[in-house]
Design a protein around this ligand. Structure first.
Ligand code: ZN
Length: 123
């Protein structure tokens, strides 16, 4: 959980369904996709996030290899190239000629008020 005060950009909370740490402002949990709150006066369109980055790629294990094991790691770096987040998303194994597709998406949630972060030092 972050130390950012509730109501400010970047504030987080635990999803009541899957317990993943999500943005306090989220109306849909990006991890389990359950609705987590109904903002007063908000329409469905208000909840639409912007997908600022989306990368998808597939790996097919060659048929002549016994087994491939994989680890999926995502890291986040700041302006200075310092790693501010790193998470192991999942591990697994593939059989000969088996395919896995991996998708990374970064969703942007525009703040509903004019509060801004100062100095870009936050995560
Ligand atoms: Zn969830």
């Amino acid at each position: 959980m972050s130390a950012i005060r509730p109501g400010n950009p970047g504030a987080t909370r635990a999803c009541p369904h899957c317990k993943e740490t999500i943005l306090e402002s989220a109306s849909v949990c990006p991890a389990c996709r359950h609705h987590v709150k109904f903002a007063e006066g908000a329409s469905v369109a208000d909840a639409a996030n912007i997908t600022a980055l989306r990368i998808e790629g597939s790996i097919r294990q060659p048929a002549d290899v016994a087994a491939w094991e994989y680890s999926v790691v995502v890291s986040i770096k700041n302006d200075r190239g310092e790693e501010i987040g790193r998470k192991l998303i999942g591990v697994g194994a593939m059989a000969p000629n088996e395919l896995r597709t991996f998708t990374l998406a970064v969703e942007i949630v525009p703040a509903k008020d004019k509060r801004a972060l100062k100095g870009g030092t936050r995560h």
